[in-house]
Design a binder for this molecule. Structure first.
Ligand SMILES: [Zn+2]
Length: 320
């Protein structure tokens, strides 16, 4: 056994609540590894998770904010960095296209079969992937709150609605893959993808005909997702969701309701979700619980849980 690696393992696994003890027995001249789980590794982390759970419990209203890290525990690919993206889409690596370059509306004109290979593949993946059990746990907590809940997410997978969250209480700030719009912007309509199927040959990474078409004018359709360099995204649906969210926040403010925000898997690369969590926390003097395995730093007075989304939810549940 490499002792340096063993120590590294020890440090990585000793996050937050569970301590894995490493014992090295050299009596026989061999290294042996024993693991044992304990509740609590440091006083601070236990205090923090218990206080965070108490904040969930005491809240009149719950705001759940979620970034890409929320979906990773359901088995969805992590697009962080070129390595993460190219692991999920090796064809993009062969074409030398980063996520930012491929997630661009220009492809629907230049090469719609490639554009729909990317979005069709994701549509099929999000449809067949089951949201992890953390979604149901959050909904249980949220449904008990006297002033209700809202979800604010940059994820386009629709997994909150699929888990039973009220569609009128979800803001999808980057749109939804389950909704389409026209690439020509003819009537500005947004419609549900419904049963529409996109068949993708994953070897050559091309979508097969027929590709989705605009219901109004017959031009190429595209997902109603905010892409990079996207001047033609129809934002009406997201704006309506944001309007309902703003109204809810105003009501909470009027009633001086106690709000707790649970933020899950939202990184600093596209900081919309973190910014929303922090600004709402400031405005309503709410509690913010940030669950993030890599970027768990928080403003003063907020709770930081340095784990993945599902693990963080489970830790809170155990502490409740
Ligand atoms: Zn059209």
């Amino acid at each position: 056994m490499d002792l340096k690696k063993a120590q590294y393992f020890f440090l990585r696994k000793s996050a937050l609540r569970c301590l894995r003890i490493l014992l090295i027995d050299t009596r026989e001249g061999h290294f042996c590894l024993f693991e044992h789980s304990f509740p609590a590794i440091t006083f601070d982390s236990v205090t923090s998770i218990q206080q965070a759970a108490a904040a969930v419990c005491a809240a009149d209203a719950l705001l759940i904010t979620a970034g890409a890290g929320m979906g990773v525990d359901s088995g969805l690919p992590d697009f962080r960095g070129n390595d993460g993206f190219w692991k999920a889409y090796p064809v993009a690596a062969r074409l030398g296209l980063s996520f930012v370059e491929l997630a661009n509306p220009a492809w629907f004109e230049k090469d719609p079969h490639l554009a729909w290979a990317f979005y069709g593949h994701r549509l099929n993946l999000y449809r067949r992937t089951m949201p992890h059990p953390g979604f149901a746990t959050l909904l249980e907590w949220a449904a008990e709150k006297s002033e209700g809940y809202f979800v604010f997410t940059s994820n386009v997978d629709g997994h909150f609605q699929r888990s039973g969250f009220d569609a009128d209480r979800v803001v999808e700030c980057h749109g939804s893959i389950h909704h389409f719009q026209c690439t020509d912007g003819c009537a500005g309509n947004i419609w549900e993808a419904g049963e529409e199927c996109v068949t993708v040959d994953e070897i050559v990474f091309r979508a097969a005909n027929p590709l989705p078409r605009c219901r109004d004018c017959g031009a190429m359709a595209r997902p109603n997702i905010l892409m990079f360099g996207d001047g033609s995204w129809v934002a009406d649906r997201s704006h309506a969701q944001e309007g309902r969210f703003s109204q809810w926040l105003r009501t909470l403010e009027k009633k001086s309701a106690r709000l707790t925000i649970i933020e899950l898997g939202a990184g600093t690369a596209v900081p919309t979700i973190r910014y929303t969590s922090e600004s709402v926390a400031r405005r309503l003097r709410g509690n913010l619980i940030r669950i993030n395995p890599r970027e768990a730093h928080v403003p003063e007075g907020c709770f930081s849980v340095a784990t993945g989304a599902l693990d963080g939810i489970r830790q809170l549940e155990e502490a409740l």
